[in-house]
Design a protein around this ligand. Structure first.
Ligand code: NI
Length: 136
């Protein structure tokens, strides 16, 4: 039996969207308020989806306590209350858009979650704007 288990998480972080190859005017036009040179924060909501075969011995897909701990160590401890541009190494080279943050989160969780399980992350940057990434 295949099933998906999901866990929600939350973190706050600051960022600035900026492409040094663009002029200040182009950056302002493309990134709007997110180009503010003094940074600004978002309340990110994360949903981690893990899909696979239920273990007949336990009835679990995976132990949710383990998933909770992975999200804490790989996402919350790494990103919560951080300035993404300045404090998170991946964003030295990646603009910290919701797309790229989801990509970074997916890669960190992928490295610890059992390879037999499919992984997808849904990341809300605002209550109405969200992105999904499953590694493809
Ligand atoms: Ni922003």
């Amino acid at each position: 039996m295949r099933i998906t288990v999901c866990r929600k998480a939350h973190f706050n972080a600051a960022h600035r969207l900026h492409n040094p190859d663009l002029t200040p005017q182009e950056n302002a036009a493309v990134f709007g308020k997110c180009n503010n040179e003094f940074f600004h924060g978002h309340n990110y909501e994360l949903i981690v989806h893990v899909e696979g075969e239920v273990d007949p011995k336990t009835g679990y897909l995976m132990d949710m306590k383990v998933l909770k701990d992975y999200i804490k160590t790989e996402v919350e401890d790494y990103l919560d209350h951080k300035n993404l541009n300045i404090q998170v190494v991946e964003f030295k080279t990646l603009n910290p858009t919701a797309e790229h943050i989801a990509y970074v989160i997916w890669n960190r969780l992928r490295s610890v979650i059992n390879k037999n399980l499919e992984l997808k992350v849904t990341l809300y940057e605002t209550p109405r704007n969200y992105v999904e990434y499953n590694g493809k």
